[in-house]
Write a protein that binds this ligand. Structure first.
Ligand SMILES: CC(C)(COP(=O)(O)OP(=O)(O)OC[C@H]1O[C@@H](n2cnc3c(N)ncnc32)[C@H](O)[C@@H]1OP(=O)(O)O)[C@@H](O)C(=O)NCCC(=O)NCCS
Length: 158
């Protein structure tokens, strides 16, 4: 696990997020933008990362999380992204990434972590993951992403 970014993380995040098969091309671009902005602006970007490097590779990752303070809130943080490579899922890596993100956020004064996900069937394992990690469902915005696909917001007190 490391939190310091490398130049190779931009391509590594794109490859990992694409590999999960969960995200659109537009979402891939957003994931990479957060990395690129942080490579350029450092901490001022407001994004923090936790990376799990691929064993034996200097430029690939098998998982990562991105989080940061929510602007204009006193101590609420958002988990913007979390992803684990399909071949490494169900092995506890997601749990380690989210716990490390919570630990760092808490050390910075965060009192609550929020995370959004989708309500459609494809995301049932993702919702099960958040619930197992102690997150509670605090809001459901029906038809948010598309008719029939809600945005589900989870939160956890840190
Ligand atoms: C969600 C994700 C990050 C979880 O990572 P992971 O490394 O597989 O999770 P872990 O192995 O740490 O799982 C921890 C617990 O979460 C729950 N969980 C994880 N995956 C699950 C699944 N597919 N079905 C049901 N429960 C699941 C289990 O309770 C699990 O504990 P257990 O294996 O002891 O039963 C990963 O599945 C992923 O990258 N999914 C695709 C991308 C995604 O949905 N990202 C979030 C976008 S909002």
């Amino acid at each position: 696990m490391r939190s310091k970014l490398r130049d190779s993380d931009s391509a590594a995040v794109r490859a990992l997020v694409a590999e999960t098969g969960f995200f659109s091309a537009e979402e891939l671009d957003v994931a990479v933008e957060l990395v690129d902005e942080t490579l350029q602006r450092g901490k001022a970007s407001g994004y923090e990362f936790v990376f799990a490097d691929k064993p034996g590779s200097a430029s690939r990752i098998i998982g990562y999380a991105c989080f940061g303070p929510i602007p204009a809130t006193e101590s609420s943080y958002d988990l913007y992204w979390i992803a684990v490579a399909p071949g490494s899922q169900r092995d506890g890596l997601g749990a380690r990434l989210i716990r490390e993100s919570e630990r760092v956020a808490k050390s910075q004064g965060a009192t609550q972590m929020f995370v959004d996900t989708a309500g459609r069937e494809q995301y049932a394992p993702t919702r099960a993951f958040y619930e197992r990690m102690g997150y509670r469902k605090v809001a459901v915005l029906d038809d948010f992403f598309s008719p029939g696909d809600a945005k589900v917001i989870y939160a956890k007190m840190l």
